[in-house]
Structures are given as C-alpha cells and as structure tokens.
Design a protein. Sequence first.
Length: 80
Amino acid sequence: MARMLAFIVLLIPAIMAGAGIKFMRDTLFDKLISPFPWLWLQFVIGVIFFIVGLSFFAGFLLHRDRKNGRVASKYQKPQK
C-alpha cells in the first residue's frame, strides 16, 4: 500500500509537468486552449506547471537519496 501511495504522489507532479509541456508546445504552434484567453498566459502557466512538477520530482529524489546516503558530500545536509 505504501508503494502505491508513493507512486500516486509522484504521478501527480509528473502529469502536471507533462501538461506544462503541452501548454508551452501549443503556444509555440499558435493553438489557444479554451480556459486561457491569451497565448502568453497559456505559455506562462505552462512554464509554471513544468517548473513546479519537475522541482517536486527532483526534491523527492534528492530527499530519498540523502536518506539512503547516495549523494555527493556537497549535497549532504550539515550535521548538527
């Protein structure tokens, strides 16, 4: 059950990042999607979705690797 929950937690930001890529691609091909009134807003929302989704996924991986001791010394948290 815990693995399924972790998969779902990682699936949501991955879908979000994929939607961001789609919004940016549609803007470059001059295709406006209905909830957005302007192309520039569609592109900005796409960039935000992509950055948030990718940063969540990267932060999750960094946290997991820190916990398992598989990161370089410069990425380790300082010892208290």
